[in-house]
Write a protein that binds this ligand. Structure first.
Ligand code: ADP
Ligand code: MG
Length: 453
């Protein structure tokens, strides 16, 4: 059952119970009142009739006197006087005014109680005229109780009506935001994170609405970010592939061609017995192969950095720098990498940050200097810095996958990432701090595996 209906039923039950108790009290009071009224009415009637009968002997016309006694009760609200003949028939009866709105029969039956009657014997010489009886009739009293009940019922019923209407209206207003919240939660359940609820109404509910809006906002941001990342991931992969293809084509291709040419010339030179030339061709081939090896290692380090990192961060960074030095000889690279070993996942994160930071600096910043640092700092954290003196991040720069991915990587390790203007007031300074786990054993194991390999 909905909350509003449940509350209304509860309040209606309480009010109904009040009505019942009120009815019961009125009934009880009515019973007592009727009993009291009837007995006192009969007492008064008794003395009236007794007085009147005392003077009957002196009256000239006792029959008329008797009718007069009965007639004296005409219009009495509680007493009916009857003149009963010797044969038991009613010869005369007083007129009882009945209530305009008579009480229902069931109420009369409930309230009438014991009917008080009183008979008066006439003196022996008048007994042939019959006798007089008085009967207390509770109709008028019950009528009064009935009027009272109706009025009380009307008041309580109107009170209940007003209370229920007020509760209905105010609950409707108070619960409206809850209904909105339920609709909004449904929308979120269906993946629509634009859902929002008005932050109004009672303070305790308001807290829930605020929390919901915050949650929906975060889901919205996460979804947007996800979408952007997905879009960019394919672009980045595409870029990465074409860069590797370009490397293979531009750097490896010409040397392969050179090796081919040198190798082809060797048989000819041998047939001419030009051994000196053969030796120089062989040395040219070696040089070409060494050159290719260097480039291949550069390409491999981009594809499989884990292989490099296995041999330590310093080694991996040397490769990274060598890779860029051959491509951007004009840029001066400065490195300051701790020789110590760190847990493997932290070394990999550090390498990825240094790799992406360097690639960003080279690709976007046109710098003349790039500095790479990875050092343990007090408080047991690894501080990774990539700084350049390039153009800096333009205000119009698109949010890319690199920086976002870097931040996610750092935050997953409970670290922080700061991207600020470089100290040289030019370029970009990227500072990541990753806390190191307290125990050293992992690091030691890492060192052992490396030395074993
Ligand atoms: N060192 C830097 N110098 C200049 N601009 C930068 C630098 N690093 C990042 N940016 C800017 O920030 C943007 C986002 O970088 P990133 O998230 O790595 O994405 P991407 O490199 O794929 O464009 C870059 O497109 C670039 O405009
Ligand atoms: Mg990038």
């Amino acid at each position: 059952m909905p909350l509003r209906r449940r509350l209304l039923v509860l309040v209606a039950l309480v009010l109904g119970a009040c009505l019942l108790v009120g009815g019961a009290l009125t009934y009880w009071a009515g019973l007592r009142k009727i009993e009291l009224e009837m007995s006192s009415a009969i007492a008064v009637g008794n003395s009236t009739v007794t007085d009147a009968l005392a003077s009957i002997e002196t009256s000239g016309d006792p029959a008329t006197q008797l009718r007069r006694i009965v007639g004296a009760f005409d219009g009495d609200r509680h007493i009916v006087a009857r003149l009963i003949g010797t044969d038991g028939t009613v010869k005369d009866v007083s007129r009882l005014p009945l209530p305009v709105d008579p009480p229902p029969a069931w109420l009369y039956r409930l309230l009438e109680g014991k009917i008080h009657t009183q008979s008066f014997e006439l003196p022996p010489s008048f007994q042939h005229l019959g006798s007089i009886t008085l009967e207390a009739d509770p109709h008028n009293e019950v009528g009064e109780v009935w009027e009272d009940l109706k009025l009380k019922f009307l008041i309580i019923a109107s009170f209940c009506g007003v209370v229920l209407a007020l509760i209905y209206a105010s609950l409707g207003r108070a619960l409206k935001p809850l209904e909105d919240l339920s609709a909004a939660l449904n929308r979120v359940g269906e993946g629509d994170y634009s859902a929002h609820v008005a932050e109004e109404g009672p303070e305790d509910l308001n807290l829930i609405y605020r929390a919901f809006n915050r949650m929906a906002g975060q889901l919205r941001t996460a979804e947007e970010q996800n979408q952007r990342l997905n879009e960019q991931l394919s672009t980045v992969q595409e870029e990465e592939r074409s860069e590797i293809a370009r490397d293979l084509h531009d750097e490896i291709g010409p040397f392969l061609f050179a090796v081919d040419v040198d190798a082809q010339s060797i048989p000819l030179l041998l047939s001419r017995n030009a051994t000196g030339d053969v030796a120089s061709r062989a040395s040219a081939i070696r040089q070409s192969v060494q050159h290719m090896q260097l480039h291949l290692r550069g390409i491999l380090s981009r594809l499989r950095p884990a292989m490099l990192i296995d041999q330590g961060l310093t080694h991996a960074i040397e490769h990274l720098v060598a890779f860029w030095r051959t491509r951007r000889p004009a840029i001066a690279f400065r490195t300051d990498i701790d020789d110590a070993r760190f847990p493997a996942h932290i070394e990999e994160a550090a390498f990825r940050i240094l790799q992406e930071g360097t690639s960003n600096a080279v690709r976007h910043g046109k710098p003349s200097k790039i500095g790479l640092t990875a050092k343990r700092i007090p408080g047991d954290a690894l501080r990774i810095v990539v700084s350049d003196d390039g153009t800096g991040i333009a205000a119009t720069a698109k949010r890319g996958f690199g920086l976002v991915g870097m931040r996610e990587r750092v935050e997953a390790l409970d670290g922080t990432l700061e991207v600020t203007a470089s100290k040289e007031e030019k370029g970009v300074m990227l500072i990541a701090e990753i806390p190191l786990p307290p125990e050293r054993r992992e690091t030691e194991e890492n060192t052992k595996t490396t030395s074993a390999a």
